[in-house]
Design a protein around this ligand. Structure first.
Ligand code: ADP
Length: 440
């Protein structure tokens, strides 16, 4: 028996019962002296009428209850076909619609979770600025880039760069290269912005990609390519000159020719030429070192013993220069190529010792610190320092201010640091002198 039949049978039963109770009422009222029976008949008729009413309105009540639940977002509710006796098909249809609605809602929630995770994990830092100028660091990359930043207004970000703060406050959608002060050094960052509509409110989204590391690596690669090509070409031309000059010098040394006074001059000239050519050849050969990109073999090693060894090497080279060592925390571990990194520090310490050559009280500090940006390695001396206008140039290949310098040391140091994905800069030490800072 389906629900429609049950409803109809129920209806007939209730109507029949009502008929019976009404007849009982009529009979009770028509018969004299039946006061109590009249009351009972009336009560029974009223109760039957109420039952009939309940039976007829049950579907409406179930439907109202169902819609009420939906209104308050309870999509888990099921339409009860039993409660609405006789309306089984309606129940089936409503439950099907509701099922589809629930599936759509689950899909949308899943999609939203996926998009949330995608935005949170993409390697581009994303910031949003609301119509009320509220800045939000919208993903992990942004929180990493502006680690510890508490500011929520564009002007709070002015310490990273005035132009950047202005771009946060306003700015047309597009892309531009800005220099931001990140991790204590100026870094080039590609900033793209777009305007979005969020629930009827204008919101701006900014994507930030620090590209200093990439630019450094590209610059290094271009430099090494140039050096490789130049040294190759020059050596090709110089090799025959060297060998011909040497042959000519040997020929001119022939005892039969020695008697001629002009031969002496010629021999001296050719010998000088041979020596210079040989010298130049050696010089260029040395420069070729710059073009050999070192192969990085990373490993995790303890900073303490490694630094101790560097200190011993330095003490042997410059016994008169006291070295202050600081490692924070003492158990610091470094993930890098220990040999190449040692080469970098030996270069920096050697340079410092040279720069402090004429000082009465030279002092050198070597610090290895765990910082927010990574591991910072600082080499600080109290020599004359590096003039501001030369701070970029000193890292160029062959740049030197020393009569006997080659200008290779700092360039190699930079190559090694950049190959580790790090950065190296020089600034003024607080009490004068040079402060070289590597961040890995
Ligand atoms: P080189 O030592 O052969 O000159 P480097 O590449 O090691 O080559 O150094 C390049 C230049 O950087 C030096 O000639 C010097 O002018 C400057 N420099 C390096 N270290 C220091 C320092 N600690 N203090 C002052 N100047 C320095």
């Amino acid at each position: 028996m389906d629900f429609d039949q049950r409803f109809a049978i129920g209806l007939i039963a209730w109507i029949a019962l009502l008929g019976v109770t009404l007849l009982a009422c009529v009979a009770a009222f028509a018969t004299p002296n039946l006061g109590a029976a009249r009351i009972v008949a009336l009560v029974l008729a009223a109760a039957t009428l109420a039952g009939l009413w309940r039976h007829v309105t049950r579907t409406n009540r179930t439907l109202a209850h169902f819609l009420e639940a939906l209104k308050f977002g309870d999509t888990a509710v099921q339409f009860d076909g039993h409660g609405g006796a006789g309306f089984g098909e309606l129940a089936d249809s409503l439950n099907e619609v509701l099922g589809r609605f629930r599936a759509g809602q689950d899909r949308a929630a899943g999609e939203l979770r996926y998009l949330d995770a995608l935005i949170d994990d993409i390697p581009v830092a994303v910031l949003t600025v609301s119509a009320e100028d509220q800045v939000v660091l919208a993903n992990k990359a942004a929180r990493r880039l502006f680690k510890g930043e508490q500011g929520t207004r564009p002007e709070d970000f002015a310490h990273y760069g005035a132009t950047f703060a202005r771009r946060l406050a306003s700015g047309t959608p597009g892309e531009e290269l800005l220099i931001l002060n990140l991790g204590g050094r100026p870094q080039r960052v590609l900033v793209s912005s777009a305007t979005l509509d969020r629930l009827g409110q204008r919101t701006r989204a900014l994507g930030l990609q620090p590209i200093q590391g990439t630019l450094d690596a590209v610059e290094m690669a271009a430099q090494t390519d140039l050096v490789r090509v130049l040294t190759h070409e020059i050596l090709n031309s110089l090799t025959p000159v060297t060998s011909l000059a040497a042959t000519a010098a040997d020929l001119l040394a022939d005892p039969d020719l020695v008697a001629d006074p002009r031969i002496g001059d010629a021999r001296a000239a050719v010998t000088t030429l041979a020596r210079r050519a040989q010298g130049l050849g050696n010089f260029i050969e040395a420069y070729r070192e710059v073009a050999r990109m070192p192969q990085i073999k990373r490993q995790l090693f303890a900073a303490g013993p490694w630094t101790g060894e560097l200190a011993r090497l330095f003490a042997a080279e410059a016994p008169s220069v006291p070295l202050d060592l600081e490692i924070m925390p003492e158990s610091l571990g470094i993930d890098a190529d220990p040999d190449l990194l040692a080469q970098v520090l030996i270069n920096l310490m050697h340079n410092a010792a040279q720069a402090m050559g004429s000082m009465e009280t030279p002092r050198l500090a070597l610090r290895l610190l765990k910082t927010r940006e990574g591991i910072a390695i600082e080499v600080q001396d109290n020599g004359p320092g590096v003039p501001e206008q030369l701070r970029q140039d000193v890292f160029l290949p062959f740049f030197t201010t020393r009569a006997t310098g080659t200008g290779v040391g700092l360039n190699l140091a930079r190559q090694i640091v950049v190959a580790h994905g790090g950065s190296i800069d020089v600034t003024d030490a607080p009490d004068g002198g040079a402060l070289f800072r590597i961040v890995l």
